[in-house]
Design a protein around this ligand. Structure first.
Ligand code: FEO
Ligand code: CA
Ligand code: CA
Ligand code: CA
Length: 568
C-alpha cells in the first residue's frame, strides 16, 4: 500500500461530537483524569487552597500556578518531569477576598508567583498520575526569579536599569505562552503579551519610541505599577525592553539560572519549535502572535553534537523572517544590519521593526509552529484576524497588514488557517521553501464563500481558531483551539474548544477531545512510554473540575487508552 494509505490509517479513534458542557470528552476506549490543578501543592509546607481566600502569599510560589499553557516532558535520572507554563492569572480566582481587585503589594506578589513556570516530577501509581510532592526536582519560576540576559542585546543601554546597571540580569519571566524543547534536553518558555504588565503612575509620562509597536501603555492589566516600581514605566522605562524573549530552563537542575536569549528576537513569542538541520545547526521556528505580525526562524552558527558544548547555540546565530510569495514559494529573509539598517542589538530588541524593514509577510496572528518528526515540513497555526482593514488598531503596526495576502486570504478571518512549508533541499536551515494551506477552518454548514473553509472541513470536524499544535512521534498533527465557543451563528456546530488530530498526508482531521465550557485547550506532551497524553485546560469556567460552588481550576489532565496502548 502507498504511504498515503498507511498514514490515513493512523487516526485510530472514533471521532467525537461537538460538546457544550462543563467537562472533558474523549473517544470511546479512552479515559481522562486530572494530574495537576491550580493551587495544588508542589511542596508539603504550602497551605491549602481556600475557596474564600485562594492561596496565601506565602504559599503562592510553593504550589502549581494558574492557567497552564505550553509544556514539555523530560526524563531526569529515570524520573519523569514536566515543565509547564502559567501564562496569566484570573484575578477573581486568585484574589477572591477582594473580588479580583489588586489592592496591596501582597496581592501583586501572589499574582506574580502564580505565573511563570512549574517544573515538577510526576509519577503514575494505582490512582493514576500525580505530582511527586517534595521531589528535589520540583521548582517554581515566577515573575521574580533572577535570570541572565545573553545574546546581542545583553548589556545594551536600552536594557540597563537602576537595579541592573549592567543590563544582564532580569527578574522573572512574563506571560509564558507556548513552549519548546532543545535537542540537549532543556525547556524553552516563550514570553508573549509582556506589554500588559507595565503601567505608569505618572499619567503624563511620554512613552519612548519603540513602545507603540509592542502595545506598551500607561495602565497595566494587574496594576503592578502601583505597588512594584519595576513595572512603573515612568520610573523604569527600560524594563519592558527586558521582556518579550525566549527563556531557557534546565529541568534537571533546580538551582540553575534561567537564560533569556535575546538572539531569538523580541516579540510576542508564541512557542519555539526547535529542530536540527542535516549539518547539525539548530533551527528554531517562532510565531509572533499579534494581528499583522510575522513568522520567524533562528539558525545557529555552530552545530550541535550530542554531549558537546551548547552554551552558544542560542546566542550566536542568524534570525530570519518569512516572506510568502503568491506562487506558493517563499523565502527566509535574514535580519542583518545591512538589510535592516539597524545594529545587531537593535534587531534583537525591536525585531518587529527590523522585519517590517525587509518586507516580511504580515500574518493572521502566528501561534504555534510544529515540526513533523517523520517528514521535512513544518506547520504554523494562524489563529484568526477579525480586525483586518482600515480600522486596524495595532498602533505603529505594519501597514501591509491592512489587506489580505496569499497565506492569509480572507478579509475578515474569524476562523483561522494552518500554513505549512517544505524547506528546499529537505533542510530546515535553507532560505527557500514552498508552502500551502493545510487547512482553512470555516463553516460549510453556514457559508458558501471562502468562509466555508477548505475541502477537509466538514460538518463532523468543525472548529475555529487553531492555536496549540504538536506532532506525535508517529507523525500525526494534534491541533488545539482557542476560539469562539458560543456554538451560535457562524460558530454553530463547533461547540467548546477542542483538540483534533490531523493526517498531514491525506488532510483528514477528526475531533478527539472537547474541553469544558469557557476553556481553551493548550499544551500537549507525552509520558516517556507514550501511553499517556498530557493535555492542558486553560481558563475553564466553573464548575470545572471540582464541582458547583468551587473556584474554577486550570489543570493538566492525563488521557490514556483503556487498553493502555500508546497514544502518540
Ligand atoms: Fe498565549 Fe497566542 O496564545
Ligand atoms: Ca496560544
Ligand atoms: Ca490564542
Ligand atoms: Ca491563552
Amino acid at each position: 500500500t502507498s504511504a498515503e494509505a498507511q498514514t490515513a490509517s493512523r487516526i485510530g479513534f472514533t471521532p467525537i461530537a461537538a460538546q457544550t458542557d462543563s467537562t472533558i470528552h474523549v473517544p470511546e476506549g479512552y479515559s481522562w483524569q486530572p494530574v495537576a490543578k491550580w493551587g495544588e501543592k508542589l511542596f508539603s509546607d504550602a497551605g491549602e487552597l481556600s475557596q474564600q481566600t485562594g492561596i496565601s502569599v506565602d504559599s503562592s510560589d510553593r504550589v502549581f500556578g494558574e492557567n497552564t499553557d505550553g509544556m514539555e516532558a523530560f526524563v531526569v535520572d529515570g524520573r519523569q518531569v514536566i515543565a509547564v507554563n502559567h501564562e496569566y492569572v484570573n484575578t477573581r480566582a486568585n484574589l477572591p477576598q477582594s473580588g479580583g481587585e489588586v489592592t496591596s503589594a501582597d496581592a501583586v506578589t501572589t499574582l506574580q508567583n502564580m505565573q511563570g513556570v512549574t517544573v515538577m516530577e510526576v509519577a503514575e501509581g494505582p490512582d493514576g498520575w500525580n505530582i511527586v510532592v517534595d521531589s528535589d526536582l520540583n521548582r517554581r519560576i515566577t515573575q521574580n526569579t533572577p535570570m541572565t540576559l545573553t545574546g546581542p542585546a545583553a548589556g545594551h543601554p536600552l536594557l540597563q536599569t537602576s537595579a541592573d546597571p549592567a543590563g544582564t540580569t532580569v527578574l522573572g519571566t512574563m506571560n509564558n505562552c507556548g513552549a519548546g524543547k532543545t535537542p540537549w534536553g532543556t525547556y524553552l518558555t516563550c514570553e508573549e503579551n509582556f506589554n500588559g504588565y507595565f503601567g505608569s503612575t505618572d499619567e503624563n509620562f511620554e512613552r519612548p519610541e519603540g513602545y507603540a509597536r509592542y502595545g506598551i501603555g500607561l495602565e497595566g492589566r494587574y496594576a503592578y505599577e502601583k505597588f512594584d516600581a519595576r513595572f512603573d514605566i515612568s520610573k523604569n522605562p527600560n524594563e519592558p525592553h527586558r521582556c518579550g524573549y525566549i527563556v531557557e530552563i534546565d529541568p534537571s537542575d533546580p538551582t540553575s539560572t534561567p537564560i533569556k536569549h535575546t538572539a531569538l528576537g523580541r516579540f510576542k513569542h508564541e512557542n519555539a519549535a526547535a529542530v536540527l538541520a542535516p549539518d547539525g545547526r539548530v533551527v528554531v521556528y517562532m510565531g509572533d502572535d499579534e494581528r499583522g505580525e510575522f513568522l520567524y526562524k533562528y539558525v545557529s552558527h555552530g552545530v550541535y553534537t550530542p554531549g558537546g558544548p551548547t552554551s552558544a547555540l542560542l546566542d550566536d546565530g542568524q534570525l530570519y523572517v518569512a516572506k510568502f510569495d503568491t506562487d506558493q514559494t517563499g523565502e527566509w529573509v535574514a535580519l542583518t544590519p545591512e538589510a535592516t539598517g539597524m545594529e545587531a542589538a537593535e534587531i534583537a530588541i525591536f525585531t518587529r521593526t527590523a522585519a517590517s524593514a525587509v518586507g516580511a509577510t504580515t500574518m493572521d496572528r502566528p501561534e504555534w509552529v510544529a515540526v513533523n518528526p517523520i517528514a521535512v515540513e513544518a506547520y504554523c497555526a494562524l489563529t484568526n484576524n477579525s480586525r483586518r482593514g482600515p480600522e486596524f488598531t495595532n498602533a505603529g503596526g505594519d501597514p501591509a497588514s491592512a489587506v489580505p495576502n496569499s497565506p492569509n486570504p480572507r478579509d475578515a478571518n474569524n476562523y483561522g488557517q494552518i500554513v505549512r512549508w517544505w524547506p528546499a533541499e529537505d533542510d530546515h536551515a535553507s532560505t527557500n521553501f514552498t508552502w500551502d494551506l493545510y487547512v482553512m477552518a470555516g463553516n460549510p454548514t453556514v457559508h458558501d464563500d471562502l468562509n466555508k473553509g477548505s475541502a477537509n472541513v466538514n460538518a463532523g470536524n468543525l472548529f475555529n481558531s487553531p492555536d496549540g499544535m504538536m506532532f506525535d512521534s508517529t507523525g500525526l498533527l494534534w491541533i488545539q483551539t482557542d476560539g469562539d465557543d458560543s456554538n451560535e451563528d457562524g460558530f454553530a456546530g463547533m461547540g467548546n474548544n477542542q483538540m483534533l488530530a490531523g493526517n498531514p498526508v491525506t488532510g483528514q482531521i477528526e475531533r478527539f477531545l472537547t474541553g469544558p465550557k469557557g476553556s481553551e485547550v493548550t499544551g500537549l506532551t507525552w509520558s516517556a512510554d507514550k501511553r499517556t497524553m498530557f493535555v492542558g485546560i486553560q481558563h475553564p469556567a466553573a464548575p470545572f473540575p471540582d464541582g458547583e460552588g468551587m473556584l474554577p481550576r486550570s489543570s493538566i489532565i492525563a488521557v490514556k487508552r483503556d487498553d493502555n496502548q500508546p497514544v502518540g
